[in-house]
Design a protein around this ligand. Structure first.
Ligand SMILES: Nc1nc2c(ncn2[C@@H]2O[C@H](COP(=O)(O)OP(=O)(O)OP(=O)(O)O)[C@@H](O)[C@H]2O)c(=O)[nH]1
Ligand SMILES: [Mg+2]
Length: 361
């Protein structure tokens, strides 16, 4: 411990000169040194591999940062962790607001940690740049899970594009896996394109529903039904049980009309209550069956490889696009051309061509 010697007493007042608030130079230097000394990428990688949560959180913060220096460091860390990632199962959970995702994940997460699993909960939330991540509020809703030393909950990365948020989440998954988390749960709210993004980063996709007024299939997007490996009707408790069972029948019937999945897996429909915890263990049984089957058939690995290819292309597309739209020349000309198109002075095609020519010149 460095000895902190007081340079002058802060109680002492000289006439006309007020003494500075902190006069302990040693203490100030100590704080400055601490602040300057950010852990290196190597130190963070080491910490992550040892399962140190502070290192993990810090590295995720670097991934989420928009500072190019941080981005370079984050890249190093992700690369350093890559060889230690992949040893996990990744489960996506989606459902409309209020369906009970947070309550469900709290209960399901606790169920898994009781089975000695290490659970990381992440979120892809396209609206998070506005609301600063709904999972933030969830941290209070996931009271028990937050306290669980075998669980790690991270609010969603914010960003202006879904692609950007998705990339950050993908990299965060790698770090969590390297830190020893073997079950990764990725939550997304069932709006917009976020389900598709989450679907392409998980092994198993679970759609959470509640029973409606007998018109279960109303308003549900076909694409989401097609992606689901399981449909779980939540809030099957109290007066709701009968309705939930009817909904289950209806979903089962509807699923029969869908073409067979590439995984050869038949999606399962079940009911549960995140309040009474009924049906929770059955859901894990279903998921485990799926993993057993797809591991045996080789589909599990095949899907991950496909996903990697997909994200390779996505990342290129994303970066090309953002590079294009961030060119000062393009920004100016795009505004001009937009006006020209609006006023019928230029065809949309010609306007686009002009911009692309400007970009590639
Ligand atoms: N009766 C009953 N209520 C439930 C159940 N699960 C959740 N709820 C209630 O439903 C409400 C919404 O639950 P949340 O877990 O916040 O739902 P969410 O899907 O995370 O909602 P968003 O974060 O807004 O997308 C809360 O009041 C919960 O207490 C359940 O199984 N049974
Ligand atoms: Mg929630």
């Amino acid at each position: 411990m460095p000895t902190s010697k007081k340079q002058s007493s802060s109680l002492q007042e000289k006439p006309g000169i007020s003494s500075p608030e902190i006069t302990n130079i040693a203490a100030i230097n100590q704080i400055k040194n601490k602040r300057r000394k950010q852990p290196s990428s190597q130190e963070l990688i080491k910490g992550i591999l040892e399962g140190n949560r502070t290192s993990l959180s810090r590295a995720i913060t670097l991934i989420e940062s928009t500072n190019p220096e941080h981005a370079a460091k984050a890249n190093e860390i992700v690369n350093g962790c890559l060889a230690h990632a992949n040893k996990s199962v990744r489960i996506g959970i989606t459902g409309v607001p209020g369906v009970g995702k947070s309550t469900f994940i709290e209960v399901f997460g606790k169920f898994l940690t009781a089975l000695n699993k290490k659970v990381a909960v992440l979120a892809v939330d396209p609206s998070s740049s506005l609301s600063h991540g709904s999972i933030l509020g969830d941290k209070t809703r996931m009271e028990e899970l937050v306290k669980d030393e075998n669980a790690f909950i991270r609010p969603s990365a914010s960003g202006d594009t879904l692609g950007g948020v998705a990339r950050k989440t993908r990299e965060t998954i790698i770090l969590c896996e390297a830190a020893g988390f073997d079950t990764i749960i990725i939550e997304t709210v069932g709006v917009g394109q976020s389900e598709t993004a989450v679907h392409s980063m998980v092994d198993f996709f679970l759609l959470l529903k509640i029973s409606g007024a007998g018109d279960e299939l109303q308003g549900i997007k076909r694409g989401i039904m097609e992606m689901a490996d399981a449909i779980v009707i939540n809030k099957a408790d109290g007066d709701n049980i009968k309705k939930a069972n009817l909904a289950k029948l209806e979903f089962n019937r509807a699923l029969h009309l869908f073409p067979a999945k590439k995984s050869a897996w038949t999606p399962k429909v079940s009911t549960c209550s995140a309040i009474t915890k009924d049906g929770i263990s059955d859901i894990w049984k279903t998921i485990s069956d799926y993993f057993e089957m797809t591991n045996e058939s080789g589909f599990f690995q095949e899907k991950r490889k496909e996903q990697n290819q997909f994200w390779l292309m996505e990342t290129i597309n994303e970066q090309l696009k953002s590079n294009f739209y961030n060119q000062p020349e393009i920004i100016l000309q795009l505004e001009e051309n937009k006006k020209a198109v609006q006023n019928d002075e230029m065809s949309p095609f010609a306007a686009a061509q002009e911009l692309l020519k400007l970009y590639f010149k």
